[in-house]
Each structure stands twice: as structure tokens, then as C-alpha cells.
Design a protein around this ligand. Structure first.
Ligand SMILES: N[C@@H](CCC(=O)N[C@@H](CS)C(=O)NCC(=O)O)C(=O)O
Length: 209
């Protein structure tokens, strides 16, 4: 039987990892289409018909394409009945963390990492600003995780999956997680969940059916 979901993405992409990790934690096998960003495959008319933003990831369920990784996580949580919020309050707190992630945590960490890998170039004051934003985001996370086991209530949710996909890339962006012991301990808890995998374990480097 063909897989229910097809993920379009790139192994080096944090937002793609977010979705691949969710599928893996949900024990949901998926087909995978590697999108070569270097070759501009995300800007072709064929791909833009699936993802109007010209970005990865994109998830296909056999009928529709879904875009924006945080929204895809929410869709998967609703569809698969795992890692989502139950009450409206819980769902609101999950969204809070995901919106905050894209606003305050991901930009500083992803851009610092892209600069460290030589994928993007920034003037030193701009890079220093991204570094400072990343540190400020990790400080907020550290404060919360010093008092809570998971981001929302007492169990892992898509908020943890969303934020982890960024936090685990912090060292590659030059951030020292030894300064954030509660973030490091939470990461360990998440890595111990059944179905957990690194980006290389969860996302193939090439397409697979
Ligand atoms: N908000 C988007 C961000 C996705 C994103 O930034 N993807 C990058 C790869 S990590 C991309 O496709 N970059 C190419 C571009 O934006 O042109 C999401 O969460 O899905």
C-alpha cells in the first residue's frame, strides 16, 4: 500500500526536519521527495504549484498540499491524533510557543548556522544581532524549562517538536548549549522518545517512494 503522506524537503532544512521528526515520532512511514535548493528546484513552476511560497517543506496527503512547517505539525497532530493539544487552552499554549519560535528563536539560530556553514553572508554587526537574538531566545527557553519538563503541560507536544528542531541546531550556529543546562536536559528527554531520529536518520538525502 502506498504511504499516506509524501514529504517534499531537504535534509539540511530545519523546518523540513520538524515535519520529518513528527512523522517519525508518530511511526508514520512517508514517501520523500528531495528538493534541491542549490539547483533552484523550489522555484520551478511545478514546485510553486504545490508551495506558493517557494520553500520547503511541503506535505502531500494524496489530495492536498500543506505548507508552513508549524501549520503542518498542527495538521498532523489533528489528523494522527498525537502530540496535539486537547483543550482550547492547551492548543493556544502550543501555538504560543510555535509563533514565538518563528519570531524570536529560529531567525537568530538558523541565520547564525547558515553563516557558519557559509550558505549566507552577513555584515559583522548584523551577525552579532542574530547571535544576540538567538541567545535571548535560548535564555527564555532555559528559564521555562528550569521549571517545566515539557513546553506545554506534562507531556511532549508539537510545541516541543517545533522548538527542538531549532534548538538542536544551535551548536552548529556557534551557540554553547552548556550555558543552557535545562535546554540540554529537555533535548535529552526528547531524544529518548520512541521514534526519535536525527535529521540524517529521519530524512533521506535523496527521494524515496
Ligand atoms: N516558514 C517556513 C520557512 C521554511 C524555510 O525557510 N525553508 C527554507 C529552507 S530551510 C527555504 O525553503 N528556503 C528557500 C527560500 O526561502 O527561497 C516553514 O516553516 O515552512
Amino acid at each position: 500500500m502506498p504511504n499516506r503522506f509524501t514529504l517534499y524537503g531537504n535534509q539540511l532544512s530545519g523546518p523540513t526536519y520538524r515535519v520529518g521528526l513528527m512523522l517519525s515520532l508518530c511511526a508514520e512511514p512517508f514517501s520523500y521527495v528531495h528538493v534541491n535548493l542549490g539547483k533552484g528546484e523550489h522555484k520551478t513552476p511545478e514546485y510553486l504549484a504545490k508551495n506558493r511560497y517557494g520553500q520547503v517543506p511541503c506535505l502531500y496527503d494524496g489530495k492536498q498540499h500543506f505548507n508552513q512547517s508549524a501549520s503542518i505539525l498542527q495538521y498532523l497532530a489533528d489528523t494522527l491524533g498525537k502530540f496535539g493539544g486537547i483543550t482550547p487552552e492547551e492548543r493556544a499554549h502550543i501555538r504560543e510557543w510555535m509563533f514565538w519560535d518563528f519570531d524570536r528563536l529560529a531567525p537568530g539560530i538558523f541565520r547564525s548556522r547558515a553563516a557558519a556553514r557559509g550558505i549566507r553572508k552577513f555584515e559583522p554587526p548584523v551577525l552579532a544581532l542574530y547571535k544576540a537574538e538567538g541567545e535571548a531566545g535560548l535564555t527564555v527557553l532555559e528559564g521555562w524549562l528550569g521549571k517545566h519538563e515539557w513546553l506545554v503541560d506534562a507531556r511532549p507536544t508539537i510545541a516541543d517538536i517545533d522548538v527542538y528542531a531549532v534548538a538542536h541546531m544551535a551548536p552548529a550556529g556557534g551557540f554553547d548549549l552548556a550555558k543552557y543546562p535545562h535546554v540540554a536536559a529537555w533535548s535529552k528527554r526528547l531524544c529518548a522518545l520512541p521514534g526519535f531520529g536525527t535529521p540524517e536518520q529521519v530524512l533521506p538525502a535523496e527521494s524515496r517512494a
